[in-house]
Design a protein around this ligand. Sequence first.
Ligand code: SF4
Length: 307
Amino acid sequence: MQELEWKTSCGCAKCRPALNYYLVCDWPDEYADDYQSRFINERVHANIQKDGTYSVVPRMWGGTTSSKELRAIADVVDKFDIPAVKVTGGQRIDMLGIRKEDLPAVWADLGKAGFVSGQAYAKGLRTVKTCVGNTWCRFGTQDSTGLGIRLEKFMWGSWTPAKLKLAVSGCPRNCAEATCKDIGIVCVDSGYEIHFAGAAGLDIRGTEVLGHAATEDEALEIVVALTQMYREQARYLERIYKWAKRIGTPEIRRQIIEDLPRRKAYFDRFVASQRFAQVDPWSERVSGKDKHEFKPMAVVGYQEAAE
Ligand code: SF4
């Protein structure tokens, strides 16, 4: 803060979250995340809605679920009288209209069923969308669901400069829409095409092909190393397609596809960081962390003034 000549002791709503991100990313082992420097959704681990209630999205690894998980969600919806349930574009279930003070109890019940936060609010890894791949589909060339689950289990909890959405399609028919994601994998007979820098939001952009991997392990290493390069080099809030435009795909390809020792070094730094990042924030709060954040504000009523 001194180096950057901050004019106030606390900074502002723009620079505080940015500085907090850079410190979390660069010193995951030493720096304690400052929750007061986070935006409201990241502070309370849910998405605030227009009426002041919150929505809750548990992880469904690679977009898969089970009867046990669905029953647990149905029970939570009934118990807390949750008014709306919606399937998201990221292949998971969103429960909407939850009061802030109910969040820890909702998370406690979801946690008992084995759910962790889907981090649908985070500037971090969101979803890994998949298709059914060669397990079920006649056209599938590889196990796209299995790779998606593996990637999500490896990468969940990681903070990134802006949100990061992945997808794995089992063949070029591309049912998981991998070619408009931040990072996408399209399985082919010879292995895995690694795509990146797509967008399907405020901007629409097809991905670029970064390279090809012959094995699932190699595909995972490339995706993780690319994510770490982006984590280290992008500006806070810069989506991967904007960062890629600024740095240039040839340079990213040179570092991630051609320079194998450098790729491995990025991969290792991501793995080291995950040792501190893969903590489920919901179960932490169920155990009482940041309890004050979920206390209702005082109910203010009108009282007739005594004559
Ligand atoms: S992308 Fe290919 S493998 Fe996956 S569901 Fe569609 S057709 Fe099948």
